[in-house]
Design a protein around this ligand. Structure first.
Ligand code: TXA
Ligand code: MG
Length: 334
């Protein structure tokens, strides 16, 4: 059993002390959780296969699910790609640092275990200064999945990491809540046209605009020959409490509700429904809803409820990433 330490550090002007300590832990092959703009990541040196195996063990993650490699800047990232074409360069320079992961052919420096044995690697440069200083401090890229136990709710705060991984991670760098709150958009640039494997903060429309070409998105047909993102298995990110989703507030009317239920919605709920949830999270602004989604889900999950009822967000691309995560965390109400 590892004794997990937590160090406070400033997100924008990180103090050299905690960065140096965390870098030393990583260089010795240890695990350090750190904040990105999306969620907290569970980091290990990406070029150290043994250290990366420690990530899979700590999370209880299947070895078939590849990890994202985090680099300090565009020039650093491109050294881990076996091919760096114009599309990749355009997107990297436009969106990095930022919540976009680019799947490209993998360079030999990235071990098999990171890529789950595949020919590609997902690369990204994280937004917060603290994350980039950490990578610079180590001098090596960091493989980092979300810092939750596999299939549990992603962490947007240090306390979420501690709740899931206490005794399994050497150090947590606590730089406060993640500002975006949903995982990066994953774009496969080895497909032609490029394909969004996981919807996220940067929408397919925005990517298509910058590229000046269409971008595939939506479910990958099982027989298409495309390798879907393994993280896109239908149920993922799930709370422990039974959680169902309904398409709109109107469906609450004749819903057989247990005494102790929690409610999550993204538009006001009509008073006439006379709902009496034990706890509710209702946030109509898409950016705020995204930022607070995993925290709200963890909060509802901690209350010993019989049921969580989630009302799906309204139509519109600004809700797509949240809708995707909500669907993975819930089952449809029959
Ligand atoms: O925002 C994020 O992306 C966060 C922060 C920490 O960077 N990371 C994250 O990692 O969400 P993880 O492991 O929880 O999700 C990564 C997703 C998974 O669905 C994985 O299957 C997919 O990206 N992925 C990673 N490498 C890939 C590759 N080479 N090809 C296809 N999918 C890949
Ligand atoms: Mg994850």
């Amino acid at each position: 059993m590892i004794r997990t330490r937590v160090l406070l550090v400033d997100r924008d002007e990180p103090e050299p002390g905690p960065i140096a300590e965390a870098a030393a832990v990583l260089r010795r092959g240890g695990l350090v959780a750190f904040a990105t703009e999306t969620v907290y990541g569970l980091g290990a040196v990406a070029t150290d296969a043994d250290a990366v195996r420690g990530i899979f063990e700590a999370k209880g993650r299947p070895s078939t699910n590849p990890l994202i490699v985090h680099a300090a800047d565009v020039d650093h990232a491109r050294t881990f790609a076996a091919r760096w074409d114009d599309r990749t360069d355009l997107l990297a320079r436009r969106f990095w640092p930022g919540p976009l992961t680019l799947v490209v052919p993998r360079a030999a420096a990235i071990p098999d275990v990171v890529a789950a044995g595949g020919p590609t690697v997902g690369l990204r440069v994280p937004g917060p200064t603290v994350a980039r200083r950490l990578i610079e401090g180590v001098g090596l890229p960091l493989a980092a999945p979300s810092a939750n136990r596999s299939n549990h709710v992603s962490p947007t705060r240090a306390e979420h990491v501690l709740a899931d991984l206490d005794g399994r991670v050497h150090l947590i760098l606590d730089s406060g809540p993640a500002t975006v709150g949903l995982e990066s958009t994953v774009l496969d640039l080895t497909a032609d046209p490029p394909r969004v494997l996981r919807p996220g903060p940067i929408s397919p429309g925005v990517l298509a605009n910058v590229l000046g070409m269409g971008v595939d998105h939506g479910p990958v047909a099982a027989d298409s020959g495309h390798l879907a993102s393994p993280g896109l298995l239908a149920v993922h990110y799930a709370p422990r409490t039974r959680a169902v989703r309904i398409p709109s507030p109107a469906h609450l009317a004749d819903f057989d509700r247990p005494a102790r239920f929690g409610l999550m919605a993204f538009e006001p709920i009509p008073d006439a429904l006379r709902l009496k949830p034990v706890a509710a999270s209702i946030e109509p602004d898409p950016a705020v809803a995204a930022r607070d989604f995993y925290r709200a889900l963890r909060d509802l999950d901690s209350r010993g409820l019989d049921l969580i009822i989630a009302v799906e967000p309204p139509e519109g691309p600004e809700w797509d990433a949240l809708r995707d995560r909500l669907r993975r965390a819930t089952t449809p109400h029959a």
